[in-house]
Ligand binder design. Structure first.
Ligand code: FE2
Ligand code: FE2
Length: 356
């Protein structure tokens, strides 16, 4: 294999000429039949397009990874089930793309990986592997990665994919407790992943504390997982800026609410309450929020709940330029926002967190 080559490992070589062609616009692309064990070679990255539940198909891939462990690697998934995602993880997937990702989107994702090695990955935080809670965070992180990448590359998402993240989060928070969840997901380097997983864990805690039925718990966590999906369309230099945003950057960042709403409308399959959460989670009861300056009764309860979790998460998360705010202090901030937040919900939230 010539140096500087991309490899497409696929178990359906006769059907993937579109992908070879699209990847060929990024770098010379060699197609390898995954059913044939190939020797490792000199390549700059690979796309795996195969059924990850068939271990014999993975031998060539494992040989290549063993030789060059830090190769950029994209996985075009056949399904986003837990077993497939766990296998992709074990093979060090940088990115898991949904089965219907277009060839051009896959090539674009590879181009980004090759030119911007700091692009977020779904690799788990260092030093947390092996525990149940780390595995749960990893699964939820993989779902989030698939969601944000699909939104970034295709402008839409798969509603079914989101549901794969609900069980791991509710299970981990219910069994190991909120503190363990916060410690685990705070270790994620990527701010958006860390934030969304924190909000989801807080939403799970809130729903459990309020005695919600399983269905309602899942619904609140679903809303939390997708609430910032619009950030997928915000330029990375703003999204990942290591410091406070200036006013112009803040204005761009604020578009994420309406962008996320448009993404979910395009996707279809999300009910009105989820759409409301995504569009309105930055509205304030006194009408000072965005994007629509809603106030009072115009803001549904589920939106108010996610807003409380969202603000609390933003205070409690680890940022490169500041340590997490101690939890009692974060509660003091929430209580000081009297005209903006639903204080009855803030009190219930505080109780739920205290009991978790
Ligand atoms: Fe947001
Ligand atoms: Fe948020």
């Amino acid at each position: 294999m010539q140096p500087g080559t991309l490899v497409l490992f696929t178990d359906r070589p006769e059907q993937r000429q579109d992908l070879v062609q699209a990847l060929g616009a990024v770098a010379p692309c060699h197609l390898r039949d995954a059913a044939v064990v190939v020797p490792a070679g000199d390549c700059i990255g690979f796309v795996a397009d195969l059924n990850l539940l068939h271990p014999t198909l993975l031998r060539g891939l494992r040989a290549l990874i063993a030789e060059v462990p830090r190769l950029p690697r994209l996985f075009l998934m056949r399904d986003m089930g837990e077993r497939s995602l766990a296998t992709a993880r074990s093979l060090g997937a940088d990115l898991c793309l949904p089965p219907d990702a277009e060839a051009g989107a896959v090539a674009q994702a590879m181009r980004i990986r090759l030119t911007n090695p700091t692009t977020p990955t779904i690799r788990p935080p260092r030093g947390t592997g092996g525990t149940g809670i780390a595995q749960a965070a990893d699964k939820a992180g993989a779902v989030l990665a698939g969601l944000l990448d699909a939104a970034r590359l295709t402008g839409t998402v798969d509603p079914m994919l989101v549901d794969h993240g609900l069980d791991p989060i509710l299970g981990a928070v219910g069994e190991a407790g909120l503190g363990a969840w916060l410690d685990t997901v705070r270790a994620y380097d990527d701010a958006t992943y860390q934030h969304c997983l924190l909000v989801a864990g807080l939403a799970a805690t809130f729903a459990i504390g309020l005695g919600f039925s399983l269905r309602d718990r899942e619904h609140l966590v679903r809303a939390a997982l997708v609430h910032d999906v619009g950030k997928a369309r915000i330029p990375l230099e703003i999204l990942n800026k290591a410091g406070p945003l200036d006013p112009a950057e803040k204005a761009v960042m604020r578009t994420h609410a309406a962008l996320g709403h448009a993404i979910l409308i395009e996707a279809g399959g999300f009910d009105d309450s989820i759409l409301a959460v995504v569009r309105h989670h930055h509205e304030m009861l006194d009408g000072t929020g965005y994007p629509d300056r809603l106030s009072g009764d115009a803001i549904p309860d589920i939106v108010r709940m996610i807003t409380v979790c969202d603000i609390y998460a933003a205070l409690a998360e680890r940022r490169p330029y500041r340590a997490p705010m101690p939890l009692p202090e974060a509660f003091r901030v929430l209580r000081s926002m009297e005209s903006k937040l639903d204080m009855a919900l803030v009190r219930s939230f505080e109780q739920a967190v205290a009991q978790a």
